[in-house]
Design a protein around this ligand. Structure first.
Ligand code: FES
Length: 106
């Protein structure tokens, strides 16, 4: 028996944004889903600095800018990329299978 976290079928690839971010609800979590070129990344949607949703922010390359105080995170690993954010975002593995997007959420 495996203890691996389950994968969730969250979206059709046709519904992915184009070099942008969207917010989705998965397994009771608020998740931000990003596309950068052909790559897809997922993080918690709530900024670690305050009560702001990153899906309302601005994606520039691999960096998401929070809409509230303009802190930035790297969406690839969740690390803070600019003040005032200091705590990393949680990230989630993403897998594309056929025309569906799956997230692993434990
Ligand atoms: Fe996101 Fe302050 S709430 S930078």
């Amino acid at each position: 028996m495996s203890n691996a976290a389950p994968w969730f079928d969250v979206l059709a690839t046709d519904d992915l944004p184009n070099d942008d971010v969207i917010g989705i609800q998965v397994a009771g979590k608020d998740i931000a889903l990003y596309t950068v070129g052909e790559d897809v990344f997922a993080t918690d949607n709530l900024c670690t600095h305050g009560n702001a949703r990153l899906c309302d922010g601005f994606l520039d390359g691999h960096e998401i800018e929070c809409p509230l105080h303009q802190g930035k995170f790297d969406v690839r690993d969740g690390r803070p990329a600019c003040d005032p954010v200091t705590e990393p975002l949680r990230t989630y593995p993403v897998r594309i299978e056929g025309s569906r997007v799956f997230l692993q959420i434990g």
